[in-house]
Design a protein around this ligand. Sequence first.
Ligand code: NAP
Length: 244
Amino acid sequence: MSSIEQNLGGRTALVTGATSGIGRAAAIQLARAGAQVIVHGRDADRGGQVVAEIARAGGKARFVAADLADLAEIRRLADDAGQVDVLVNNAGFSWFGPTADLDAATYESLFDSNVRAPYFLVAALGPRMAANGGGSIVNVASMVATIGLAGAAAYSGTKATLTAMTRAWAAEFSPHGVRVNAVAPGPVHTAADPARIEAFGATTPLGRAAQADEIAEVITFLASPAAAYVTGATIAADGGRTAI
Ligand SMILES: NC(=O)c1ccc[n+]([C@@H]2O[C@H](COP(=O)([O-])OP(=O)(O)OC[C@H]3O[C@@H](n4cnc5c(N)ncnc54)[C@H](OP(=O)(O)O)[C@@H]3O)[C@@H](O)[C@H]2O)c1
């Protein structure tokens, strides 16, 4: 645990896309901070492994499968999750390439998974958090929402939309005790092509890509009472790339 103030005992956290990468690291850290974690994803095998890893460390977790590209599955996930105190909208995917090469179906999938899914999860769970007196929503955006990267127009658009929604949701829900923030990672070693991630990493002031745990630390901080006065913020965790 990063800080004794990051105490999430008695809280329930839903982490989307927790079967892999940043979401998996966040689920493990939130459980370590005391939260009961709902590990979401599509791959039940990898989901079960994350749940087992949390249990081995003495934490509590369960897996719920849902394809967030499907609105009915988003509703089912929200119903299954019930009352949550922390929602981490992490699930998503990227597509890089010339603008003219992106087909309409992939464009729609990008916006369905990266924008529509968090929107309707917040629509379902945000009011419940507000009625319950508070909560914390953390959206996983990207540094490409801020910098212009050739080949990333559609993906950047999804993440810029998510950061705009973060500010609007802070305005809507924070008067009712629900903090809404985003983390904007730079390149992170996860499922993506390692050579591309390394090359991006070399362009940052820190000269390297991040490990998933380094992004999860920021998510856990934003989810925790240690961030009690932080809302509407997008925190860069990008090795300084957007500072230069
Ligand atoms: N890695 C980076 O360099 C980087 C940088 C900036 C931002 N990000 C953002 O960070 C987030 C996590 O990325 P990552 O690199 O950790 O990715 P990852 O290792 O590929 O994991 C993605 C996770 O999202 C889930 N997911 C994706 N689409 C889904 C859908 N339609 N329905 C349900 N689950 C879905 C996957 O579930 P299953 O595998 O179980 O299907 C998986 O658990 C994404 O939003 C990404 O855009 C990543």
